[in-house]
Design a binder for this molecule. Structure first.
Ligand SMILES: Cc1cc2nc3c(=O)[nH]c(=O)nc-3n(C[C@H](O)[C@H](O)[C@H](O)COP(=O)(O)OP(=O)(O)OC[C@H]3O[C@@H](n4cnc5c(N)ncnc54)[C@H](O)[C@@H]3O)c2cc1C
Length: 462
């Protein structure tokens, strides 16, 4: 079908205002902030409802047109870049918060609802509740984040990856059927995925290659009244697993982050473990502070390390969620280029990951921020190797590209798995994957998406 006819058909579904093939729009949707090659879509369409998504997907399926779902478009690794052309399905119009259940602690939102919208809504209408926020800019969406197994400021204390906090999904399959998954499939409430067979996993971590998520049930958690932070500093990279293990062992930290960067100059060579903790009373806060300090006592008495007094302006930054420091760092080279390898890895590999990150960046002459967020009470860490760059400096872009490729390989060699990784990283994972798992992924893709229209090129199992 000719592009003009495709646009006419899409306008009939969503209205004239919500479809575009204007060159300037296609340009914007052809790229992201990372180093991946741009690819032009044939059109951009913004559905306003699940039934419009159904109509778009049915039309795309009939005409064999690729469809790339997109939320905030902030994933950085090209996962919303339409590798094989077709349509970008921009979900941002579907941003209604449909329900907040104060008793059973969950919210139901449309897929395009942003992290910032849900956070602001809860603060205003349900101030006793909060959800786990990634440190991504607030325009990142709830669905885009769970579609890649994101994590955030409650991932350490409240159950792991954000995909594990999903209580139910509504999804449009690549063949155009609308399905509900979790308790909402059987009773009119979105409280849990169990005890039913867990079909939600077919859409979590699949980068939009198995269907379009249209609604999400997501866990909420109590918002304690008091909040404080401790920062533990050391120059000894090998101390990290022990420091982190001690903090995790107290079960008192809400969020635990580890960071290492060459700037500012006075912090060069130091690693920080930033421990956020919360409480309902001042006494509880004081008790947690005392306990967290006491488990480190023998370490700061015997090893070159200790708690850093945190000045008020620095403290304000550590206490905020999302942490804006990473967004600021993302543009430190100016020119708006930023990409990171986030590798999910065992905590004991953090020192080797730090060394590898410093070695790779030194060899390619690029700057970096390295660090980790603890996931699920210490089951894993999301270790980030973050590389900002100036997009107009093509030499720097090339060096960052090579560094990212090597970092993906290094992460795998260290026993980690690159997260939300670009196509090359996905292929490296698939090459190393156990053949039975690979074959199962292939069968699932073929059953769910026989026409191969959903975000083709990603998680491509040949
Ligand atoms: C400074 C900075 C800090 C960050 N910190 C974090 C962090 O702490 N934790 C974290 O998890 N991430 C972080 N990120 C990465 C990323 O921005 C987030 O994960 C973000 O939540 C992705 O959501 P999005 O709406 O932008 O997704 P998009 O980029 O729009 O999409 C991501 C993937 O999901 C798919 N997708 C999107 N919507 C749907 C849908 N409705 N149905 C099916 N598939 C869909 C897309 O096709 C794509 O494959 C950070 C990014 C930056 C720039």
């Amino acid at each position: 079908m000719e592009r003009t006819e495709i646009i006419v058909q899409l306008k009939a579904i969503v209205g004239d205002a919500y479809v575009s093939d204007a060159p300037e729009d296609l340009f914007i949707y052809s790229r992201d902030q990372g180093v991946q090659e741009p690819h032009l879509p044939d059109g951009v369409v913004m559905p306003g409802s699940a039934s419009e998504v159904v109509s778009i997907i049915r039309f795309a399926g009939r005409e064999n047109i690729p469809v790339v779902p997109m939320g905030g478009g902030l994933v950085l690794s090209g996962l919303t870049v339409p590798l094989k052309g077709g349509l970008v399905l921009d979900m941002k119009r579907m941003n209604r918060i449909l329900e907040v259940n104060e008793s059973s602690h969950y919210a139901v939102v449309e897929a395009g609802t942003s992290q910032g919208m849900l956070d602001a809504y809860l603060r205003k209408h349900h101030p006793q509740l909060k959800h786990s926020l990634p440190d991504a800019p607030p325009a990142a969406t709830i669905a885009g984040n769970i579609a890649i197994h994101g994590s955030g400021h409650l991932s350490q204390s409240e159950g792991g990856f954000h995909s594990e906090m999903v209580t139910g999904l509504e999804v449009v399959l690549p063949t155009g059927e609308l399905v509900k998954l979790g308790s909402c499939s059987t009773v009119p409430a979105w409280f849990s995925r169990a005890p039913l067979p867990d079909l939600a996993g077919l859409f979590l971590g699949w980068n939009g290659t198995t269907g379009v998520i249209t609604k999400v049930g997501i866990k909420l958690f109590p918002r304690p009244k008091y909040h404080d932070v401790l920062v533990y500093m050391t120059e000894d990279i090998d101390l990290a697993p022990m420091v982190l293990g001690r903090v995790i062992g107290t079960s008192m930290a809400e969020d635990i982050n580890y960071a290492l960067a060459p700037k500012p100059d006075y912090l060069r060579g130091f690693q920080m473990t930033v421990v956020n903790f919360t409480a309902n009373t001042e006494e509880e806060l004081a008790f947690k502070r005392k306990t967290l300090r006491s488990v480190m006592k023998d370490l700061y008495e015997t090893r070159d390390s200790g708690f850093m007094p945190v000045p008020p302006n620095m403290k304000a930054g550590f206490l905020e969620a999302p942490q804006k420091a990473l967004s600021k760092f993302a543009d430190v080279r100016k020119g708006g280029g930023f990409e990171y390898v986030g590798a999910i890895m065992p905590i004991e590999r953090i020192p080797d990951a730090c060394r590898a990150g410093m070695e790779i960046t030194a060899r390619h002459g690029i700057t970096y921020s390295l660090g980790a967020r603890i996931i699920g009470r210490g089951n894993a860490a999301m270790f980030f190797f973050a590389y900002p760059f100036n997009r107009v400096d093509m030499d720097e872009v090339e060096r960052v590209k090579k560094a990212l490729e090597e970092t993906n390989e290094t992460a795998l060699a260290l026993g980690g798995i690159p997260w939300k990784t670009e196509v090359q990283g996905q292929q490296a994972i698939l090459r190393q994957m156990e053949p039975g798992t690979y074959a199962l992924m292939k069968r699932i893709r073929a059953v769910l998406d026989p026409a191969g229209i959903m975000n083709p090129g990603n998680w491509e199992v040949a």
